[in-house]
Ligand binder design. Sequence first.
Ligand SMILES: [Zn+2]
Length: 200
Amino acid sequence: MSDATPTMSRLIKALQGLPGIGARTAERLAFYLMNAPEAEAAELSAAITEMRSRLTECSICFNRGDADPCALCSDPARDRTVLCVVETSRDVARIEETGLFRGLYHVLKGHLAPLDGIGPEQLTLEALTRRTKEQGIKEVILATNPTLESDATALEVVERLRPLGVRLTRLARGLPMGGTLEFVNRGVLTDALQGRQELK
Ligand SMILES: [Zn+2]
């Protein structure tokens, strides 16, 4: 990238900051955009700008999207008695892709990570407990990632919700341990949701 102009270098550097994009790919994308039709480059730029300017967080489920309440919470066709607890908005999107779940979500906004200073107060656990208690929730499905920290987070959720007498289930353990929902293929996620297990 030694022969790149300052504006190109800036773009390459920005692209390189994206997950999964190394130096070579960043350079290839930047040169592609340099030679692409004006409209194509403008659309990419406008899509990023508009997505960011409209980005908000749902005050009910904490999903990040275009509106508050989000499209899912506002959808009258969704089953309001079942909550699926996930760590991120990305997980909401993954589960929606399966087309299998018709309830509502609750985004924890991460998982417990004591070493990084993330305790129960940094997550949306209080709101989850309140929602479950006040909104007539009958089942809470734990769809946290199959990792040690996420398991500890799920346990914390179970301890808080158990006294409320709701049905507590979690995704079946077909999910690879140590992985994240983000990278699980749709079939595996569908099986995990269908085969969800009661938490005793
Ligand atoms: Zn919502």
